[in-house]
Design a protein around this ligand. Sequence first.
Ligand code: TXA
Ligand code: MG
Length: 328
Amino acid sequence: MSRHTIRLAADAAGITEAAALLRAGQLVAFPTETVYGLGADATDEAAVAAIYAAKTRPSFNPLIAHYATAAAAFDDVTPTALGERLAAAFWPGPLTLVLPRRPRAAVARLAGAGLDTQAVRVPAHEVARQLLVAVGRAVAAPSANPSGRVSPTTAQHVLDGLDGRIAAVLDSGPCPVGVESTVIDLAAGPPCLLRPGGVPLEAIVALLGPIGRGITPAAAERTRNLRSPGLMVSHYAPALPVRLHAQSAEPNEAMLAFGPIPGHPDAVFQLSLDEDLVEAAARLFDGLRRLDAEGARLGLGGIAVAPIPETGLGLAINDRLQRAAAPR
Ligand code: TXA
Ligand code: MG
């Protein structure tokens, strides 16, 4: 653990320094098009273990390995025909594929939490790409937030949660997509959506036809924990309770709006006045954080969230909001 977290500019010098820290086994948060990732050299077991410690994850929930190219990813996992089609269509981009791990994989087993599968992704963000090229190895990265908290979409969000616990954060401003990658499991029979995310489900279905929905290890853990409330983990959670499908705010509530709203609540965050789901996704996590802080300052009792359509990025937005609203 580092005492002081350096904020590095996302220029050539900053990227070189970030890559050197990663190669030396340190933790570095970096931007992707979805959210900031908490990176470690994926081939270094101790560095990967340090990710779990920094996030205080309750158990070893498997991590995504990030690569500069699809070819590099497919050195560590067997692509399968569907994996090759999805990679050709959506990489680089906000799509994660869960695939069988190759026996010769360079990625540490702990990165996949000891499973026979490994989640892999080639991010589209130019800074992430340059960093991955400079590191020259896979980089394991969950979202760069303490476990159970809202994912970070700015370097300041990262520092709010992890300052002093990681070596550095590479700062390139807000993440353009704003919700995490879409996760598709191709390792267990027919393709299966594990997590809606930055690639809309409609785009996947247009390529593959209808696909089923599964459950991520993280979600399985939550379900288990529902039966032992003391251990329950709610993910993407702000501190204030969240009320979904709200047409308006009660007097003691802050409001996360999507389009025009009635009245004048004391604290409002507008996701998109034009009801544009892409804009709303990019602003979602910042909005939750701001309302949480503002609500605490004003002594409000909760956050009311306007209804959001279940199409395009709305599926991912609603998934995250449902987690934020889950009992804890
Ligand atoms: O956009 C993103 O995906 C960001 C950026 C940094 O790339 N990363 C991210 O990582 O959101 P994380 O760890 O917060 O979420 C990874 C998700 C978890 O739900 C995890 O359970 C699932 O992917 N996952 C990872 N490896 C898996 C595996 N082998 N089998 C099934 N699910 C897996
Ligand atoms: Mg996460």
